[in-house]
Design a protein around this ligand. Structure first.
Ligand code: ADP
Ligand code: 5GP
Length: 203
């Protein structure tokens, strides 16, 4: 029997660097599936529908909720964001590890429905550095940045509820730590039972 994959929930305040960290970690892990969220937010320059997000209208998002097609959803800075259920369930059943890049409210919903998921929070070295990074990315107006910084403080206060904290100070180190967390979680006894049984069966 094949084990289900590991569900990894990754949260971090916007601008903290989770997209940057994740793009490398995904390149390095063939077995890792990135769940593409649905959102009502407008695409940023360079973002593609079906790759970065499924960009949908508010009506379409409401239909996803009504049909129970999202595992969790929330509103964040006046837009809806949610995790499409089907792809996640299919990939986990195939034994692939799945990563959700979602904010804290959605993460806590997943904690209720998937208590065995692994919860990872990426911290910025400081709020001042977070502000600098958001400004450097240059994709949001000053007003949106201020809104996201306020949201960041509330989100960081929820970090205590997670299993692992990774400080994105040095990018390379943060990438390695996330790889170690995923690698370590795959070796826990509950996820290795089939292997123990196999060795004993052939004794
Ligand atoms: P998020 O996905 O969390 O919103 P991004 O990955 O878009 O954040 O990163 C925000 C900005 O910070 C980008 O300009 C990125 O290049 C920069 N950045 C990410 N990690 C680091 C780091 N460790 N040190 C310095 N800058 C970083
Ligand atoms: P952004 O607009 O910067 O892409 O994302 C804003 C916030 O929404 C980030 O914290 C991101 O992790 C979160 N987010 C993205 N997709 C989802 C989702 O499907 N569900 C939830 N709950 N949050 C999401």
């Amino acid at each position: 029997m094949k084990n289900n994959g590991v569900l990894i929930v990754l949260s971090a305040p916007s601008g903290c660097g989770k997209g940057t960290i994740l793009s490398t970690v995904l390149e390095q892990n063939d077995n890792l599936f990135y769940s593409i969220s649905a959102t009502t937010r407008a695409p940023r320059e360079g973002e593609e529908d079906g790759k970065h997000y499924h960009f949908v209208s508010k009506d379409e998002f409401m239909q996803l909720i009504d049909r129970d097609e999202v595992l969790e959803y929330t509103t964040y800075c006046d837009n809806y964001y949610g995790t499409p259920r089907k792809a996640v369930e299919e990939q986990l059943a195939k034994g692939r590890d799945v990563i959700l890049e979602i904010e804290v409210d959605g993460a806590m919903q997943i904690k209720n429905s998937y208590p065995n998921a692994v919860f990872v929070f990426i911290l910025p070295p400081s709020i001042a550095e977070l502000k600098r990074r958001l400004g450097k990315r240059g994709t949001e107006s000053e007003e949106v940045i201020e809104g996201r910084l306020k949201e960041a403080v509330n989100e960081i206060a929820m970090a205590y509820k997670y299993d692992y904290i990774i400080v994105n100070d040095e990018l390379e180190k943060a990438i390695n730590t996330l790889n170690c967390v995923i690698g370590g979680e795959k070796q826990t006894v509950s996820r290795m039972i089939n292997k123990i049984d196999e060795v004993l069966d052939n004794a």
